[in-house]
Design a protein around this ligand. Structure first.
Ligand code: MG
Length: 448
């Protein structure tokens, strides 16, 4: 397959490879941007990214909660392969001993080896004990919080959370503040991200900006609080939108807009059980924590003037895991060959939105395969709602939905599509037979 380097640049040895910026919102839903249909949240900078770039309508995360989703993005692999999936714990907590195994290769490690400067500004959530922070996984520079912003005795009231240490704000491996003012997190991340871009104007760079917001508890700075039509949640999204505008402006300021791919997406769907403090999956069913579409289909925007034609929309299936192979293509380096990858280079779609690069999407919840998408069809083996107390339900026979016709997953057509079900079941049988599952690294924290 032609890499982006070959396809677009002829791979001249004197030409620096393109920069990559991935902006990753936390718990932002499919329906939370104006360019994805939200009626009252105003996101002009993200909408401009869409107008000048490419909007994916079928872009998926690797999991429906933070830790495994982040592992999937950075490793290009399903979390069951890396050990970052667990049925009970599901994410890393402050007392958790686990973290992303060092044997995993992150996008940052791959690009660092290819001569890129690498930075992460924001929430890590892949392990925070010694040797597990971003600087041990290919990032030259880290500024942010090591796990979720609700794992903080200062902002969350639960008895268990009160046993946690104060929420740390870190620079590289040092804690520089405890319990930072969360109203300023988006603003401070933005300042850091803009500085990183300015400081690396001369070298290829990979900048990963996993925002803490809009994960609860949500906060906006004074400049945004009380300003949106959607209440505090809208204020938070509009501040993230402002942040995207600042990052794009910085790329233009250093004159690298034609040498920089910027991707905006989210780690999982909206947290529906927190009511008004959570977002919206639009017309998609359910949200965070589930394998319904609302849990794992998220906005996906790609911007790269001169390479991505303006104003495109694509229905091509794509996942956050594909950003690994896309990054390898940018840098002109080969994918790791000593492991199974779940990543395909999205460059053909970026260049031509009519192209398709993948046919299958796997929806794992923890270590269990709950659902599978093949083309327009989605088969559910197990379903579960986000709502507390809603236990997993084994679907026997499995439920089948045609997502092109029925994006809200309302009409089970399995009884009329026996051949489709059989075809997907065969693909699943092969997937399961080949799957080597790593032991869980999300080891049980002391309180479990
Ligand atoms: Mg999340």
């Amino acid at each position: 397959m032609l890499s982006a380097c070959l396809l677009l640049f002829g791979c001249s040895s004197t030409e620096a490879p393109p920069n990559l910026i991935i902006i990753f919102a936390d718990d932002l839903g499919y329906g939370d941007l104006s360019s994805y249909g939200h009626p009252t949240i105003h996101t002009p900078h993200l909408d401009q990214m869409a107008t000048e770039g490419l909007r994916f309508t079928q872009f998926y995360t690797g999991a429906s909660v933070c830790t495994p989703s982040r592992a999937a993005l950075l490793t290009g692999r399903l979390p069951v392969r890396s050990g970052m999936a667990d049925d009970r714990v599901r994410v890393i907590f402050p007392p958790s001993p686990g973290g992303l195994p060092t044997e995993e290769t992150t996008i940052a490690e791959m690009l660092q080896s290819a001569g890129y400067a690498t930075g992460i500004i924001g929430k890590w959530h892949l392990g925070h004990q010694e040797g597990q922070l971003p600087t041990s996984h290919g990032f030259d520079y880290y500024f942010g919080i090591p796990y979720s912003n609700d794992m903080s005795p200062a902002t969350s009231g639960g008895a268990r959370v009160q046993t946690y240490p104060p929420l740390p704000l870190m620079r590289n491996t040092e804690i520089i503040e405890e319990e930072p003012d969360q109203r300023l997190l988006t603003r401070r991340y933005t300042t850091e991200a803009v500085a990183f871009i300015r400081n690396h104007a001369a070298s290829p760079f990979f900048l990963y900006v996993p925002h803490s917001m809009p994960h609860i508890p949500i906060f906006a700075s004074d400049a945004f609080e009380g300003t949106s039509t959607r209440g505090l949640y809208g204020d938070v999204i509009e501040e993230l939108d402002w942040s995207v505008g600042q990052i794009i402006s910085a790329v233009k300021e250093i004159g690298k807009e034609r040498q920089t791919l910027v991707v905006f997406t989210s780690d999982n769907g909206p947290w529906l059980t927190v009511n008004l403090a959570g977002g919206s999956a639009g017309l998609l069913r359910d949200g965070k924590g589930t394998t319904w579409e609302g849990g794992m289909r998220v906005p996906g925007l790609a911007w790269w003037p001169g390479t991505i034609a303006p104003g495109g929309t694509t229905v091509a299936l794509a996942t956050t895991m594909d950003l690994f192979a896309t990054a390898a293509g940018l840098a002109g380096v080969a994918l790791p060959e000593d492991r199974v990858m779940d990543s395909v280079d999205l460059t053909p779609v970026l260049v031509d939105p009519q192209q398709e690069v993948r046919d299958m999407v796997y929806y794992y919840r923890g270590t269990r395969l709950f659902a599978v998408r093949k083309g327009p069809w989605k088969l559910h083996y197990i379903t579960q709602s986000a709502y507390v107390g809603d236990a997993p339900v084994t679907q026997n026979p499995p439920l089948l939905f045609h997502l092109d016709h029925d994006p809200s997953e309302r009409f089970n057509v399995a009884a009329h599509q026996e051949e489709v079900v059989a075809e997907i079941e065969e693909a699943v049988r092969q997937h399961r037979a080949a799957l080597v599952m790593a032991p869980s690294q999300l080891r049980v924290p002391a309180w479990e």
